[in-house]
Design a protein around this ligand. Sequence first.
Ligand code: DQA
Length: 144
Amino acid sequence: MTSILILNGPNLNLLGTRQPEVYGHTTLADIQALCTDTARDLGCSIAFEQSNSEGFMIDLIHAAKGTHDGIILNAGAYTHTSVALMDALASVEIPTVELHLSNIHAREEFRHTSYISKVAIGVICGFGANGYPMALKALCEHLA
Ligand code: DQA
C-alpha cells in the first residue's frame, strides 16, 4: 500500500486560533481527520506529523526513505528560509508536494520565494484545509 508522510512545520500546531482571517478556523486535528478519511478513500496509508523544529523535520525526512513513498510538506515559514530542508528532500529523492493553506504569492514579498518548490514535484496553495486532500489525491495519482 502506498504510504505518504504528511509533514507540517512551525506554528501549524496553532491552526484554528492562529490568524484565522488568513488560515481559517480548521484545527490541525481537523486536518488530520480529513486526511485520514481521504487516505481511506484512496486506499493509501498516512503518517501525520508536526514539528516546530527544523532539525526534527529534517530527521523525519531522512527517516522517510524506505518507509514512505511520497511526502506532503507544509514547511510553514521554513519554506522561505530553509536550504537545509531543500537539501534533505533532494537527498532522499522522495516525490514531494509542497502545500500551503494560504496563497503565498498573494501575500508579502518574502513569502514569494520557496526553497521547497525547487525540489517539489508540484505545489498546492491557497485552498485552505482542502489543499490537504487535494495534495493526497495528486500525489497518489502521481505514484500510481
Ligand atoms: C503557510 C505559509 C507560510 O508563509 C507561513 O509562514 C506559514 C503557513 C501556509 O500554510 O499558508 O506558517 O505555509
